[in-house]
Design a protein. Structure first.
Length: 92
């Protein structure tokens, strides 16, 4: 399943970030103007997941990758909980 951040949030105006859940992990695409970055993260490499859902506005998901932290914002509340559930189910 692919989840794309909203274009209405900071940093996502032209090229929104997207997360694709796959069988073995996540593919995170950080697009850019002339070049972008695509990263595959195995579920086994994710040591923690945090979710920040404010009352108003878009939600943020944080991934702890064996000491490195990645924070991605601009998703709906249901999207971040679906991504978190996919990570938890993939780690089983």
């Amino acid at each position: 399943m692919k989840y794309t951040a909203s274009r209405l949030t900071e940093g996502n105006k032209l090229f929104p970030t997207s997360i694709s859940t796959e069988e073995k992990g996540l593919t995170i695409k950080f697009p850019g103007f002339l070049s972008g970055k695509e990263t595959f993260v195995s579920y086994d490499d994710i040591s923690g997941v945090t979710v920040d859902c404010p009352m108003v506005g878009y939600s943020k998901i944080g991934l702890n990758l064996k000491g490195d932290d990645i924070s991605i914002h601009g998703f709906t509340k249901s999207d971040v909980y679906a991504i978190k559930a996919a990570i938890e189910n993939g780690k089983v």
